[in-house]
Design a protein around this ligand. Structure first.
Ligand code: DTP
Ligand code: GDP
Length: 226
């Protein structure tokens, strides 16, 4: 890869951002940067920002914009040699504006998944809290029920993935995300994908990225073409 490529993936909880990001990372060599992973790292390392963020996450609240921005932007700025796909940030217009001032994005992938599908998926989502590894009891179940494949530790279900909290959470996401989506649409970099299955969305994401990501091969061809 020659020129650095920078992309963001947007979508409501359960829309498949993490699942698609993993595929992008392994197929295109982009670094998958996840706001949730940044948070977990900071919480584990007990940094000042991590300790503060934990108090919000424990309440099931979003981490405030200024704190989130302080956590994420320096990590992006230091990625001067790697192309990346950012997942989980920006979640609000203020975060999107902060990101704008730090770097120029090439592509924004937005996942548009029906509400019923999201509810159904999240009800079956189980996670390994220490690593953030995500399972779905039907789509990608662990090898042994209730147990993380790698560590053998027990899986848990997020309080806010349980049915009572879900609908309010999805509605809130929609309100907060709309201005973010509008901003990227106005910039002409938004690519929206709508379906109920990740496996049907993936080929379209893959061909978009194949067309957009500059490769050494394309550069080499240009260099040899008179
Ligand atoms: N950009 C952000 N702004 C504010 N809070 C955030 C942001 N990213 C993550 N958080 C918070 C919300 C979550 O409670 C917590 C963990 O995030 P994440 O790993 O993305 O899990 P999640 O399961 O809530 O998201 P999702 O359901 O979208 O996969 O951190
Ligand atoms: N049934 C089904 N589950 C899926 C599909 N894509 C992802 N999932 C599961 O749905 C849940 C949410 O996906 P995830 O990638 O974590 O979404 P995110 O919250 O947007 O990062 C996880 O349990 C995934 O394993 C799909 O196409 N079908």
């Amino acid at each position: 890869m020659s020129k650095l490529f920078r992309a963001v993936i947007l979508g409501p909880p359960g829309s498949g951002k993490g699942t698609i990001s993993e595929r992008v990372a392994s197929s295109f060599g982009l670094q998958h940067l996840s706001s949730g992973d940044f948070l977990r790292e900071n919480i584990a390392a007990k940094t000042e920002a991590g300790v503060l963020a934990k108090t919000y996450i424990e309440k099931g609240a979003l981490v405030p914009d200024h704190l989130m921005t302080r956590l994420v932007l320096p990590r992006l700025v230091e990625m001067t040699r790697h192309s990346w796909l950012l997942d989980g940030f920006p979640r609000t217009l203020a975060q999107a504006e902060a990101l704008n001032s730090a770097c120029e994005l090439d592509v924004v992938i937005s996942l548009n998944i029906p509400l019923e599908t999201l509810k159904d998926r999240l009800r079956h989502r189980w996670i390994h809290p220490a690593s953030g590894r995500v399972y779905n009891m039907r789509f990608n179940p662990p090898r042994v029920q209730g147990v993380d494949d790698i560590s053998g530790e027990p899986l848990i279900q997020h309080e806010d993935d349980k049915p009572e909290a879900l609908v309010a959470r999805l509605r809130h996401y929609k309100d907060v995300a709309k201005p973010v989506i509008d901003l990227y649409r106005a910039k002409g970099i938004l690519h929206m994908f709508s379906d109920t299955e990740t496996d049907r969305i993936w080929p379209y994401v893959s061909s978009l990225l194949s067309a957009k990501i500059p490769t050494d091969r394309a550069d080499a061809q240009r260099a040899t073409t008179p």
